[in-house]
Design a protein around this ligand. Structure first.
Ligand code: PLP
Length: 361
């Protein structure tokens, strides 16, 4: 890699595409002749209007978002949506949740403050190593929505199908796999994602919502959590995270130039299958997630020996890689390989793992 940059396997905030960083650097002091940085700009200026509207346009193209869906930019990260979703979508007061990881569990915990949460499925007893199949979902046809986390960043599992829920709106947390594959948005009521995994720097969530799901009146609705008001104000009721939105626009433009989400999916398949093939052939390393549920974005693995895991992480840093330590809820290692991770980064990691295995037989 250039300029002393290293392979960063962080789960988030994570690696950004190099051309995006370069473009942002080139535009840092004087954005398109405005005489100022995007950071210094009024969000009510013509320049900024073009940025925020352009960010929506490029996302709409890249994710093929139908016209009857709004794109909202909201602060508070993905976690704020744990509250915003029940506040806006629990119309009769009950929703189904699939608990496949820590973030889904926290979302359900928050939703319980506002209504009844029904557990449609849970893999908690197996430390979240698997994703339920359609048959394993216990669905209430009268629920206000069905909630799931499309990619479990901590545990390294991913849903490889869109759940069928009939008329019940499908709500998905795609924080760690958005922009990594084509999605049929029309099957969903709401998709949201925190920006800092696969879309840009931290500071906001993107919410893609079918228009008819907005506008549910609730007394004492916090003004900044109201989807209808946010849509009405074009995500600028107050000052939005202006620089994060600008960076996300650059990332989405980069995805488009690279060949769109189809190209991102091919690369994600390539990176993850290389790594899983190696894990399956290794006598030292073992994948943590069940095979059918493996994530293309976050690969969790371990040696089975805590001391050896520690040694691995220490030596990986010396070898020029970073953030391979697993989340404390899983232990071991985790390689987060989002869109911005070059294939060479994964090749470099596998090469290192092979050598480590040889030296620690
Ligand atoms: C990181 C993450 C979150 C939490 O994101 P914040 O922006 O820190 O609130 C929620 N869901 C998933 C799937 C994540 O990966």
């Amino acid at each position: 890699m250039s300029d002393g940059r290293i392979y960063n396997f962080s789960a988030g905030p994570s690696m950004m595409p190099l051309p995006v960083l370069e473009k942002a650097a080139a535009q840092m002091l004087n954005y398109e002749g405005s005489g100022m940085s995007v950071m210094e700009m009024s969000h009510r200026s013509k320049y900024y209007d073009d940025i925020i509207n352009g960010a929506q346009d490029v996302l709409r193209r890249v994710l093929n978002i139908p016209d009857n869906y709004k794109i909202l930019f909201m602060q508070g990260g993905a976690t704020m949506q744990f509250s915003a979703i029940p506040l806006n979508l629990m119309v009769t007061g009950k929703a189904d949740y699939a608990i496949t990881g820590n973030f889904a569990r926290n979302a359900a915990k928050e939703a319980r403050k506002f209504g009844t949460v029904q557990i449609a499925a849970t893999s908690e007893a197996d430390n979240f190593t698997w994703i339920p199949t359609q048959d394993q979902l216990n669905l209430d046809p009268t629920a206000d929505y069905f909630y799931f986390c499309a990619n479990n960043t901590i545990f390294g599992t991913e849903w490889h199908y869109d759940p069928e829920t009939g008329n019940v709106p499908l709500v998905a947390d795609m924080s760690s796999n958005i922009l990594s594959k084509p999605v049929d948005v029309s099957k969903y009521g709401l998709i949201y994602a925190g920006a800092q995994k696969n879309m840009g720097p931290a500071g906001m969530a993107v919410v893609i919502i079918r228009e008819d799901l907005m506008g549910h009146y609730r007394e004492n609705m916090p003004v900044l959590l109201d989807f209808a008001l946010t849509a009405d104000k074009n995500s600028m009721y107050n000052t939005p995270p202006t620089y994060t939105i600008y960076m996300m626009k650059l990332v989405a433009e980069w995805v488009e130039q690279m060949g769109g989400v189809e190209a991102m999916a091919k690369l994600a398949d390539k990176r993850s299958s290389m790594l899983y093939e190696f894990l399956d052939s290794s006598e030292l390393f073992k994948g943590a997630a069940q095979k059918a549920s493996r994530s293309r974005m976050n690969v969790t693995f371990r040696t089975g020996d805590d001391e050896l895991d520690k040694k691995f992480i220490k030596e990986s840093i010396e070898a020029g890689m970073t953030n391979l330590k697993g989340h404390r809820l899983v232990g071991g290692m985790r390689a987060s390989i989002y869109n911005a991770m070059p294939v060479e980064g994964v090749e470099y990691l596998i090469d290192f793992m092979q050598k480590f295995e040889k030296n620690n037989k």
